[in-house]
Design a protein around this ligand. Sequence first.
Ligand code: GLN
Length: 271
Amino acid sequence: MTGSRSLRLGVLYPREMNLYGDRGNVLALVRRAALRGVELEVTTLGLDGGDPEEIQSCSGFLIGGGQDLDQLALAHDLVTRKGPALREQVSSGAPLLAVCAGYQLLGDHYRTAAGDLIPGLGILPMRTEAGRRRLVGNILVAASPGLGLANPLLVGFENHSGRTILDPGLPPLGRVVRGGGNDGDSGAEGAVLGPVIGTYLHGPLLPKNPALADWWLFTAADRTGTTIERSQLDDTAEEAARREAIRITLSGSRSRGYRLLGRRPRIRRTG
Ligand code: GLN
C-alpha cells in the first residue's frame, strides 16, 4: 500500500449510533481527506454486515453516540462478531474515534439507569455507570498536549446519563474547561490509548474540531503508508464556527438557533 492515495473508513452502526449529527464526522473526514489528496472510501459496518474481512480491509474506524436501547441491541454483535477483528486492527495502529455511547461501548461495561448491564469491547480500561442527573449542554475541553493537536481547545455538545470512570493509568482526552465530561466531577473528559480516542463530544465533533479530524487521517495514513498532504488547510470557516461555539459556551447563553425558535426545541430522546 506504500505510496497509495486512498484510505478506507469503517463506520460502525451508522444507523443506530448517530446522535446530534455524528454523521457529520464522516463528511468531515471525507472532505479533509480529499483536500489532502486522499480518497476516503466509506464502508458501513452495521448489524447486517461488518464481517472480519471487511473490518480488516479498513484503515480506521468511527462510532457515534446513541440511546441506551440501541446500545443494548447492538452490544452483542459488537463484542462477539466484530470485537476480535477490531481489537486486532487497533493493536496494529488503526485509529478508532468513538463518541458518547460509542465511547462507553469501548470500556468494560455500561450499567444503564434501567439496570441493564451492557457489555463493552474492553479496548479501554474503564467502565460506565448511569448517574441520577443527565449531563447536558455545551462543553469545552483542553485536549492533552501529548496529542499534538494544532488547536487543542475542543468544542462540542454533551448529553449523557453515563458516568465514565477511567482505570488508573488511562489518560483522559483532556480537562474540562466548561461542562460535565466523563463524570461531571473529576474534570476528566474522554480517554486516549494509542490510536483510540473516546469522548462525550457531539457537535458533530470533527467539523468543529478539524485538528482531531487530521489526527484520525494522519494516524490512518501512517499506519498504511499512505501519502497524505500534511500542511495546514484553510480553516477560516471552521475557526469562525469554533469561536462562536466557544463564545456561546463561555457566556452560557442559548444559541442563536434556540433564540430564533423562541423556545428550546423539544428533545424527546432519553438515552
Ligand atoms: N445512552 C448513553 C447515555 O445516556 C449515551 C448517550 C449519547 O450517546 N449521547 O449515557
